[in-house]
Design a protein. Structure first.
Lengths: 223, 163
């Protein structure tokens, strides 16, 4: 939303993913690292055991573009399967999505279920995830049982078909040398994948890379 | 890539119209302040005395509160609850839907009554609905000025991220 009167650009970014995957940890790290004058309060609607019940919310000011203050509203959703009604509410009018996947091999099923749930909830609002600013973060890369990135990519980010022929050209992945975001696969069709990041959110690794990438995509989508 | 799921913008004229209308409402009802919030939780404007209020957090929580109540309404077979009232010891809040896109939040204290706020609210909602419909119909016609605001601003956007 652009408010010409207050000269502000406000954008909504939602961190989505399976329960205990690190969505809230991402926000807590951002809250702890950005200057207090550029962020608001971190609001958590959580249970007594600190599981997210409705959402976490953190407003962050990025700076000024064309004289407009750009403010990002970061939200997390509750990851647990049975909180879908709350999760869906948070997606309303979203501008960008971060999917926080749990790298642990035994959480693969939960990751897939959450990704499917994200597509379904977006579709119910009439939003097309493949046409929106969307990045994936593979969290908990430090754990011994973390699945290889190739396996996570194959399962969660296999790519969607690019139907528009004018977009059939290789687009290198700016974050991973030698990899492409848009490319022609062996079957002949063109596919596009979401940018991905490896992270260890508890100590902050990859948290800002992810946030930067999705924020940039959101602003460039407006440009 | 589409810009966003809900792209719309306010001009200075829209803002002036909304502010004047809300100021009049606050005067007539002796309420403390009014916040106009979009349904995704972003604050559109604040009118009146919001000193000491974290309006950003307030806007987000209001939208969440209203959305949750909207779902509760559906569970009991109502299409919606058109307004919400939270009564406090000193201050109370009244939340009403505007054109299914925005929420009007009125904060008031014992200098007025919920009856008066509710009574005047009906006219205020009608007035704001007209103003807001104008904003959205312009957006649908593709004439929203924000489409050009960031065009060619890639360098400026990149600079923002030199953290």
């Amino acid at each position: 939303m652009i408010n010409y009167a207050s000269r502000e650009i406000n954008c909504k970014i939602v961190y989505y993913g399976p329960g205990l995957g690190g969505k809230t940890t991402n926000l807590e790290h951002v809250y702890g690292k950005v200057k207090p004058e550029t962020r608001g309060k971190l609001i958590s609607l959580a249970t007594e055991t600190e599981r997210t019940l409705f959402f976490d919310f953190l407003p962050v000011d990025l700076g000024t573009i064309r004289g407009f203050k750009t403010r990002f509203h970061l939200y997390t959703v509750p990851g647990q399967v049975y909180y879908n009604a709350s999760r869906k509410l948070i997606l309303k009018n979203v501008d960008g999505i971060v999917f926080v996947g749990d790298s642990q091999a035994e959480r693969m099923e939960a990751n897939l279920e959450s990704m499917q749930n994200l597509y379904d909830n977006m579709a119910e609002y009439g939003y097309d995830l493949t046409q929106m600013p969307f990045v994936i973060q593979y969290n908990k890369r430090d754990l011994a049982n973390a699945a290889p990135i190739e396996d996570l990519q194959a399962a969660l980010n296999p790519g969607w078909e690019v139907e528009d022929a004018s977009k059939h050209r290789v687009q290198p992945d700016p974050y991973h040398a030698g990899q492409n975001l848009v490319e022609q696969v062996s079957g002949g069709e063109w596919v596009e994948r979401a940018p991905y990041f490896e992270a260890i959110a508890v100590n902050g690794d990859g948290v800002f890379d992810t946030l930067k990438a999705v924020s940039k995509l959101v602003l460039k989508a407006l440009a | 890539m589409t810009a966003s799921t809900a792209n719309w913008s306010f001009t200075q004229d829209d803002f002036t119209g909304i502010t004047e209308s809300l100021n009049r409402f606050l005067g007539e009802t002796k309420s403390i302040c009014a916040l106009l919030v979009d349904r995704s939780g972003q604050l559109v404007t604040t009118v009146g005395d919001a000193t000491g209020l974290d309006t950003t957090a307030f806007a987000t929580l209001t939208a969440a509160d209203y959305s949750a109540n909207d779902q509760l309404a559906k569970l009991v077979g109502e299409s919606d609850f058109s307004s919400l009232f939270h009564q406090g010891e000193k201050e109370s809040i009244y939340v009403a839907d505007i054109a299914r896109r925005l929420l009007l939040v009125i904060i008031f204290d014992s200098r007025t009554t919920v009856g008066l706020v509710r009574l005047r609210m009906k006219g205020e909602i009608e007035e704001l609905t007209l103003l807001i419909d104008r904003v959205f119909s312009r957006g649908r016609n593709g004439a929203a000025p924000e489409e050009h605001l960031l065009r060619g601003a890639d360098d400026e956007i990149d600079k923002l991220f030199n953290w």
